[in-house]
Design a protein around this ligand. Structure first.
Ligand code: PCA
Length: 325
């Protein structure tokens, strides 16, 4: 609370001190559809900063990958092509394995545990991002991940040979370990991919299936609660360093509000979107005991693989998380 009031005081100061300063427009690329709760949170954050700085910094969000596609957003912000942007960091595991901390199957499967894992990982992530000329502002979780198919699936054997849409390295690895064929596709393009048979399945939240109306092509959603990956909002380091303390305070204050509000939206949206999938005609329910057990065994393999490649940094995150449980 204290931190927040300092930020709000800083915001008031920025408004008072804004006369005569040059107004800047910050384009903020985002990968997911405008109707998605992450984009709605980003739009509120943008408004908060614009108001808080008295218009000195006007943030304009560009959802649906319209300015940069998801996969290009991080680089765009690092290089200053965009001053700020939102990205699913776990898709950049090839740069640093730690980025995938939030996509380890069955490590953190509820909102509460995901918040603890985030707390455990945040200092390390901030450091890694700072080395990449990025300042982390806030991160909001997706609802728990479940499996989408075009047929009934009761065991891993039923998944063999299915074309599977992946969104990061972990989801591609899951496909391999279940005998499926991974193809990485941006969420903005999945409706078309399912309609044309480029993919016939995926693991994602009810939120993404709902936003993309996947019932037009798919029939089953199995609640697996595999993990809750995050979208992170980052600012270019040089742009950040050029700001005065008052403006940094506004950005930090608005970011804190956005993380809180976005998480709240994610929680609220979970059941709402599962109901929406049902209303669209899909069969929605928990995965069978067999499938759950098989997926947990695969999760153990993936946890081991991640810990091996993430080394001491990864182990420290998992240890810190487990100490909070
Ligand atoms: N939706 C995003 C990532 C996780 C999620 O629930 C996607 O499918 O791309």
């Amino acid at each position: 609370m204290k931190k927040l009031s300092t930020a709000i005081a800083a915001a008031a100061f920025a408004v008072a001190g804004s006369a005569g300063a040059m107004a800047e427009k910050w384009d903020m690329p985002m990968a997911y559809s405008g109707s998605n709760f992450h984009s709605a949170t980003g739009a509120e954050f943008a408004k908060c900063v614009t108001t808080g700085t008295g218009g000195d910094i006007e943030i304009v969000t560009h959802p649906s990958g319209s300015l940069f596609k998801g996969n290009d957003i991080k680089r765009a912000v690092q290089t200053g092509q965009a001053p700020i942007g939102e990205r699913l960091l776990s898709a950049h595991q090839n740069e640093n394995v730690v980025f995938a901390f939030d996509s380890i199957p069955f490590l953190a499967t509820s909102f509460d545990d995901a918040a603890k894992l985030w707390k455990a990982a945040k200092p390390t992530l901030e450091k890694i991002l700072a080395d990449q000329n990025l300042v982390l502002l806030y991160a909001v979780p997706w609802p728990p991940q479940g499996l989408y198919f075009k047929k009934e699936v009761n065991a891993v054997a039923d998944m063999k040979g299915i074309k599977f849409r992946s969104y990061n390295n972990a989801t591609a690895r899951l496909a391999e370990l279940t005998g499926m064929l991974p193809v990485q596709i941006e969420a903005a393009e999945i409706s078309q991919a399912f309609a044309t048979g480029v993919a016939d399945s995926m693991i994602s939240s009810g939120a993404t299936g709902y936003d993309r109306k996947v019932w037009e092509s798919l029939t089953h959603f199995y609640e697996v609660d595999g993990w809750l990956p995050r979208n992170s909002v980052m600012v270019n380091g040089d742009v950040w360093n050029g700001l005065d303390d008052a403006k940094k305070g506004v950005l930090r204050g608005c970011a804190e509000l956005a993380e809180y509000a976005g998480t709240w939206r994610a929680i609220e949206y979970t059941q709402f979107t599962l109901n929406g999938l049902k209303a669209g005609g899909m069969t929605v329910g928990p995965a069978s005991d067999t499938l759950q057990a098989e997926l947990r065994a695969i999760g153990e393999t993936m946890t081991k693989e991640w810990l091996e490649s993430a080394g001491a940094e990864g182990k420290a995150i998992v240890d810190a998380y487990k100490a909070m449980k």
